[in-house]
Design a protein around this ligand. Structure first.
Ligand SMILES: Nc1ncnc2c1ncn2[C@@H]1O[C@H](COP(=O)(O)OP(=O)(O)OP(=O)(O)O)[C@@H](O)[C@H]1O
Ligand SMILES: CC(C)(CO)[C@@H](O)C(=O)NCCC(=O)O
Length: 338
């Protein structure tokens, strides 16, 4: 989901027949996936030869005589607070042409869209009122685990480790996948112990998640959107804001207990001990410190839960990460530190 297009910025509307559509309506973001059958316009859409050949081979007949739908999956996202943009986008997709008809249902209930996330409940009436469609609700944890199991087993080079800027793909043996801890970092964070297909338990979670980074970051830095805040964090130095062990110990380590002088002793702690005015703190340093605080906290809680249940592998997912190197590095350091 790294390259999820921001559909609100897309002028082009889907020109071909949409045959499947599903939504995940979370606290921060609406994620949308739809399948677009091939037409010439859809094929011409590719600007990447490798992607074109991958998708073509996925869609060709694979040795057996089973017909395979020829087309392409599209992904898009909207901020949940801008749900009206999402409804407008869906309206533009000519929903009735596609495969949403339930022939046995009464006329008014004929169109269904698969939807998960809390918003599938919260916005069900709005979808009915604005688009005349019913949301066919699926449980978000079940979807998450099913999707995760599928990707880990079916997609080569899906999972990777990340430390010190080194990305290494993990070879998953489908017979040695379970149990594992799935940490989904969305607005909030869910921690799920996965024991097999359809066998899972939500063992923990934390409210300090992606929504906290975005929300608190917005309050502290006046950034207008998530990407701006994240971009800012690239340029910052958290040591201006965080109190390090060395700040407390006069520049030295607290080696007896494995705490180096550069370990964060107290996130944001330096802001209390300075004579600086609030305006003297740079938004990029604040943003960096916030990202570290949240990522560290998630890494620590995840590690402790893995320990609690004797799980040897933790998979981190959710839109907060988005392949962002510094976020992944911080989470890895936190897991290794504790
Ligand atoms: N472009 C973006 N716009 C908004 N948030 C983004 C963006 N990119 C990454 N994020 C982060 O992703 C988080 C949302 O992740 P995700 O979509 O997985 O969760 P959600 O489904 O909205 O939340 P939940 O599952 O808790 O209901 C945001 O809170 C934010 O921290
Ligand atoms: C409430 C959900 C499950 C919605 O996706 C998610 O935001 C979450 O797991 N929040 C963390 C809640 C907690 O365990 O503190």
């Amino acid at each position: 989901m790294d390259h999820l297009a921001d559909a609100s910025n897309q002028n082009s509307q889907p020109q071909t027949q949409i045959s499947h559509l599903a939504l995940d309506i979370g606290g921060s973001l609406i994620k949308l996936v739809y399948f677009c059958r091939y037409s010439d316009s859809c094929r011409d859409d590719y600007d990447d030869d490798e992607l074109r050949s991958q998708n073509d081979s996925l869609c060709s007949k694979r040795g057996n005589s089973r017909p395979v739908l020829e087309g392409r999956l599209h992904f898009a996202k909207f901020e949940t607070s801008k749900i009206n943009d999402c409804l407008e986008f869906l309206r533009s997709m000519k929903l009735r042409i596609g495969g949403f008809h339930e022939s046995t249902a009464p006329l008014s209930d004929k169109i269904f869209i698969k939807a998960t996330g809390g918003g599938a409940y919260k916005f069900a009436d709005l979808f009915k009122e604005k688009l005349g469609v019913s949301l066919d609700k699926e449980d978000e944890m079940e979807c998450l685990v099913t999707g995760s199991n599928f990707l880990l087993k079916a997609v080569h080079q899906e999972a990777f480790t990340y430390l010190d800027s080194q990305k290494e793909f993990v070879q998953i043996d489908p017979n040695d996948l379970y149990p594992y801890l799935l940490v989904n970092i969305g607005s909030g964070v869910s921690m799920i112990k996965v024991d097999g297909d359809g066998k899972f338990e939500r063992v923990s979670g934390t409210s300090l998640g992606g929504g906290t980074f975005w929300g608190l970051g917005r309050l502290l830095t006046k950034c207008k959107n998530f990407d701006e805040l994240l971009e800012l964090s690239h340029q910052g130095n958290n040591r201006v804001v965080d109190m390090l062990v060395g700040d407390i110990y006069g520049g030295t380590d607290y080696a007896k207990f494995g705490l180096s002088s550069t370990t964060i002793a107290s996130s944001f702690g330096k802001a209390i001990s300075d004579n600086k005015e609030l305006d003297d703190y740079q938004p990029e340093d604040v943003s960096r410190s916030l990202l570290r605080m949240i990522s560290n906290n998630i890494g620590q809680i995840s590690y402790l839960n893995a320990l609690r249940f004797g799980l040897k592998r933790i998979f981190f997912a959710g839109f907060f990460i988005r392949g962002h190197a510094y976020t992944m590095d911080t989470i890895s350091v936190a897991v290794n530190f504790w």
